[in-house]
Design a protein around this ligand. Sequence first.
Ligand SMILES: [Mg+2]
Length: 344
Amino acid sequence: MEQERTEIQDLGEFGLIDYLTRNIEIQNASTVLGVGDDAAVIDHFGKQTVISTDMLVEGIHFDLMYTPLKHLGYKAVVVNLSDIYAMNATPTQITVSIAFSNRFSLEALNEFYEGVYAACEKYGVDLIGGDTSNSQKGFIISVTAIGEVTPDQFVKRSTAEKGDLLCVTGDLGAAYLGLTLLEREKKIYLESPEVKPDLEDQTYIIGRQLKPEARKDIIEFLQQEDIKPTSMMDVSDGLSSEILHIAKQSNLGVVLYEDKIPIAQESKEIAMKFGLDPTACALSGGEDYELLFTMKQADYDKIVLNEQISVIGYMTDITEGAHILTKGGNKYKLVAQGWNAFQQ
Ligand SMILES: [Mg+2]
């Protein structure tokens, strides 16, 4: 079936903006004025404002050969919301700016915005502005997320303390394995287009790569249990580099237990198939968008029954350095890309 194609130049920029924002319904009282004026107006009613921004460039951050535009729109929003949650804050508004070449039709942009709005609805945020522009080649997306937090309840990376437990949510490594699988299938397709990819059994890892979720549920759980993490960040790069950020910025050492790192069974199986070490995928892969945080040992009883939170280590004095204790009983220095077996 031939897909409909409407040229964007037929609408003009303002027509395009009107079209893409026609169904917006404001969800937050803090959104005083949304799309349609020179600027939006936000009133956070005495709360502090948290802001984070990210840029995604075609060919660098995503590949449209295997990324559906709807998923891309969803992911572009979610990865920004994840940064707001990682501050222990609640996202309330986003702006989305895009630049696109004439390769993109109105129908294509519409698909992208379907993903954007799906994420807005799921996480309860309002799209309040943005910009559209032409690009000579490729698709460029910039999202800014705005959130609110009760004054001084935000959580930084630099405030972990010696003896604190190191925790991570969900499971790790799946998004990287999903990417590895998609890249492999792409290569096979480019070499022999008649081979149909068989991705049926791999929906978990592919979903983790193409449609990640931010851990809103964990932030709500921590608030319910009256736990304020002593430090926190989201896992957008690999686990090891994120742990080193917290240790370094808090001026501490850290011990990480390999056997405590949460890895899904599906991830272990596909890693084995690819000849990859599942632990290495968790340590050095990226894009899991889980939360990594430290908390007081006294709070342990409050999280022990939550299967979405794993205690994976603890913070030590800076003189003790950053190490991983492996399943085999070895102790290695933790480095940004996994661990270095030659530097004990
Ligand atoms: Mg982050």
